[in-house]
Design a binder for this molecule. Structure first.
Ligand code: ADE
Ligand code: ZN
Length: 336
């Protein structure tokens, strides 16, 4: 198959997205419209200028713009619009199931409570489910640059909404904020029946991946690409099949790898790890899920069987019910 044929085939497959920050799907058009609606002053004159600002040196330089961009999200309808636009992209990209992260502290710190964003998210998710059978779950992520006490307060505030939240996560600036800082809140989340994921090994060293595994008891590691530096960790990830949610365009945009040719996802896959492809913050990093697959098709020696394995992994690594998994995996088998 040519690269173009591979892309068309890939686009037609049902897929799952497991690492997506809903605040990172805020497109410049919606950001500008909401800024006007709420009279928020943005340092950008037009959409072109917003896009030009998206040139990042590292994770922190992105996070500064990302938290600032989120300040235009204020009422229930803003959060509905944000979620709705992302779910429409899922439909377009044939993402049949998405596990979507949100950062409550980014909003509660500005006086916007769970009742506002949860209502907007839920309305969009239910509408997409009714209109085209979109399946989606929510992951509540704690900001690791804030204290554990703040994360615990957030978990308490989320208690009336736990029916609509499947897992907790850990994101924001990784270096200097190791997983061990959040042991207590992750234990509390586990005892409330929540699943657990954490960003680790994006900019942080392999020790942070071990920390997420041993101290937070995670069911998936977000990113995890720096695991390659520790052979014992690679062996553990291979044996345990603990999934890594890898985000190729994010990793090159944030200079975890200088060029896509240097990305290690294919190496990790060939070593037998349970790796998946995801978009992270698509509006900031230049593409949604299919674009991330296309980027690795363009720049790595990836073949059809690798792609099928990555898509199969995305279903296996998800928190969807076993019955649904079996159904989708049998559909996928028909595409070999
Ligand atoms: N928040 C949104 N995207 C993130 C990323 N790639 N790493 C850490 N925190 C994030
Ligand atoms: Zn992320």
């Amino acid at each position: 198959m040519t690269k173009n044929e591979l892309k068309m085939w890939l686009a037609s497959l049902p897929k799952v997205e497991l690492h997506l920050h809903i605040e990172g799907s805020l497109e410049p058009e919606l950001m500008m419209a909401l800024a006007e609606k709420h009279q928020v002053e943005l340092p950008y004159g037009n959409i072109q200028e917003v896009k030009q600002a998206y040139n990042f040196e590292n994770l922190q330089s992105f996070l500064d713009l990302y938290y600032f961009g989120a300040s235009v999200l204020q009422d229930e309808d803003d959060f509905y619009q944000l979620m709705w636009h992302y779910l429409l992209k899922c439909k377009q990209d044939n993402v049949v199931h998405a596990e979507i992260m949100f950062d409550p502290q980014t909003h509660t710190q500005r006086g916007i409570g769970f009742e506002i964003f949860m209502a907007g998210f839920k309305r969009a998710m239910q509408q997409a489910e009714q209109e085209w059978g979109q399946s989606s779950l929510l992951i509540m992520s704690f900001l690791r640059h804030l204290s554990e006490a703040s994360a615990i307060e957030t978990l308490q505030a989320a208690k009336p909404y736990l029916e609509d939240i499947c897992a907790v996560g850990l994101d924001s600036g990784e270096l200097g904020n190791p997983p061990e800082k959040f042991v207590q809140v992750f234990e509390m989340a586990k005892s409330l029946g929540l699943k657990r994921v954490a960003h680790a090994g994006e900019e942080g060293p392999p020790e942070y991946v071990w920390g997420a595994i041993n101290s937070l008891d995670v069911q998936r590691v977000d990113h995890g690409v720096r695991s390659i530096e520790d052979p014992k960790l690679i062996e553990y990830l291979k044996q345990s099949q603990l999934p890594l949610t890898v985000c190729p365009l994010s990793n090159t945009k944030l200079k975890v790898f200088d060029h896509m040719e240097q990305h290690n996802i294919l190496v990790l896959l060939e070593l037998g790890l349970m790796v998946t492809i995801n978009a992270d913050d698509p509006s900031y990093f230049g593409g949604y899920l299919n674009d991330n697959y296309f980027a690795v098709i363009d720049h790595l020696a990836i073949e059809q069987h690798h792609l099928l394995q990555l898509v199969t992994n995305s279903f296996n690594a998800s928190f969807m019910s076993t019955a649904l998994k079996v159904e989708w995996l049998s559909q996928l088998k028909g595409n070999e």
